[in-house]
Design a binder for this molecule. Structure first.
Ligand SMILES: [Zn+2]
Length: 121
């Protein structure tokens, strides 16, 4: 007896009937558990994949430096980050870089009392 899908020989007694097909163990499992789009694991791995893909997306030197500093020193205020960077950027330039990074879900702003801290996502 052969599997209707993969055409492998099936040991007698190991065959599975599914919707009129004779399937081997493996094909039967696949047939019975089709990948659903709402599968949380599928969504999860897709998200992880995006994150990995996002990491490979090239960052500007200033952006990777921002991430490095936030990673090493933790959350800090925009003006402190500006000092740490030691570059001659203006605060609003930095904010534009921050917005780009936030869009990639790499950093986010966090309100702490009356201050806004920037931190890794
Ligand atoms: Zn099969």
């Amino acid at each position: 007896m052969k599997c209707d899908r993969c055409k492998q020989d099936i040991t007698p007694g190991d065959e599975h009937e599914n919707l009129g097909e004779t399937l081997c163990e493996d094909c039967c499992m696949i047939a019975l558990s089709p990948l659903k789009t709402c599968d949380p694991w599928a969504v999860h791995s897709a998200k992880n994949f995006e994150k990995l893909a996002g990491k490979k997306r090239s960052l500007t030197p200033i952006q990777s430096q921002m991430l490095k500093l936030l990673d090493e020193k933790g959350a800090m205020e925009p003006k402190q980050l500006l000092v740490e960077l030691g570059s001659d950027l203006q605060l609003n330039d930095l904010e534009r870089e921050f917005a780009t990074l936030r869009h990639m879900e790499k950093v986010r702003g966090e309100k702490q009392e009356n201050k806004v801290l920037w931190r890794l996502w």
